[in-house]
Write a protein that binds this ligand. Structure first.
Ligand code: PEP
Ligand code: MN
Length: 342
């Protein structure tokens, strides 16, 4: 439920509305706007609670209208936060017109290998370095990542290169150690509905990069974001990484670029596209990355490796230096048209 105040409503009138909401045991969210203030109630109310509250609030001075939000998510919605969210990590800006490029190998394979990949990322002009230390693999016999050793490598390489870092955290009990070593916490597609993990990541106050579950609807994905936001952590980045499709003959997943446009209409949170996992095929990655920029995405996450054929995971969807440099040059050319800073 949202209470929209009249133009020129006084601070005392705004506070009276907030107090009346608190008196019902609910926490108001006061959102000053350019012209008028709105006060949100980020909770699901029963029809009875709603009627009683509406009765109380509509009698208060300065109230213009009371409306129901039509979405199950609240804090992620544009009703609650009109302006696009800008997430700042060190010097790096993500969202609100700033196009972020996150690049690096699928997995951290060793110090030398990771350093070489990081230098390649930097040479091509990207500023955010990815790489998994904890890998969610379909088979328990596949490479599982270097775990805490991998985190130490990421931190060391970040110190040497000045790049911002992002890595996946797979369980709630690992949030603390991952946050000690890396800037942005990635929640993988398989973990999108791991609610204890979302809550712990929310509590950490670190930027959270939330990948869409392979069969998650957009509402389920936004509700997953809501878990993080509800812990008082406003720094959530949504990542479309492809969904399950009926035809997977030629691609690993179906990259849902429509989701970018839908999210842009529904939420204030930045939206990133991962064409590497979205297609599973290196030669399709640059085209879909450029399409993502034109579709209004706030950035991309791409897998790159100095020698993709030797990568310990996801080599077939990974770009080499020449391919990544070419993509960055194309994105720079497109950025004017898309109206974003790269
Ligand atoms: C990854 O980014 O390496 C990864 C495992 O992605 P996803 O969770 O989208 O499968
Ligand atoms: Mn991967």
């Amino acid at each position: 439920m949202i209470v929209v105040m009249q133009l020129g409503a006084t601070e005392a009138q705004i506070q009276a509305v907030a107090e009346a909401i608190r008196a019902k045991g609910l926490e108001p969210l006061v959102m000053p706007g350019d012209d008028r203030t709105a006060i949100g109630i980020p909770a699901s109310l029963t029809p009875d609670q709603r009627m009683t509250l509406e009765g109380v609030l509509s009698r208060l001075e300065g109230v213009n209208k009371i409306s129901e939000t039509s979405h199950p998510y609240k804090l992620a919605s544009q009703e609650y936060h009109r302006d696009p969210t800008l997430i700042q990590v060190g010097e790096e800006k993500i969202g609100a017109g700033h196009f972020a490029v996150m690049a690096g190998p699928c997995s951290v394979e060793g110090y030398e290998e990771y350093r070489e990949a990081a230098l390649m990322v930097k040479a091509c002009g990207a500023r955010i370095l990815r790489g998994g230390a904890f890998k969610p693999r379909t088979s328990p016999y596949s490479f599982q990542g270097l775990r805490v050793e991998g985190l130490k490598i990421i931190q060391q390489v970040a110190r040497e290169t000045g790049l911002v870092t992002i890595t996946e955290v797979m369980s709630a009990d690992m949030v603390e150690v991952v946050a000690e070593h890396v800037d942005i916490l990635q929640i993988g597609a398989r973990s999108m509905q791991n609610y204890p993990l979302l809550i712990e990541a929310g509590k950490s106050q670190r930027p959270v990069f939330l990948k869409r579950g392979p069969s998650a609807t957009i509402d389920e994905w936004l509700l997953a974001a809501e878990y993080v936001l509800n812990e008082g952590n406003p720094n959530v980045i949504m990542c479309e990484r492809g969904i399950i499709a009926f035809d997977r003959t030629y691609t690993r997943n179906l990259l849902d670029l429509t989701a970018v446009q839908v999210l842009k209409a529904q939420t204030h949170l930045p939206v990133i596209v991962d064409p590497s996992h979205g297609t599973g095929v290196a030669k399709f990655v640059p085209g879909m990355a450029k399409a993502a920029m034109v579709a209004g995405a706030d950035g991309i996450m791409v897998e790159v490796h100095p020698d993709p054929a030797e990568a310990k995971s996801d080599g077939s969807q990974t770009l080499d230096q020449a391919q990544f440099a070419g993509l960055m040059a194309d994105l720079r050319r497109l950025s004017d048209y898309a109206g974003v800073k790269l």
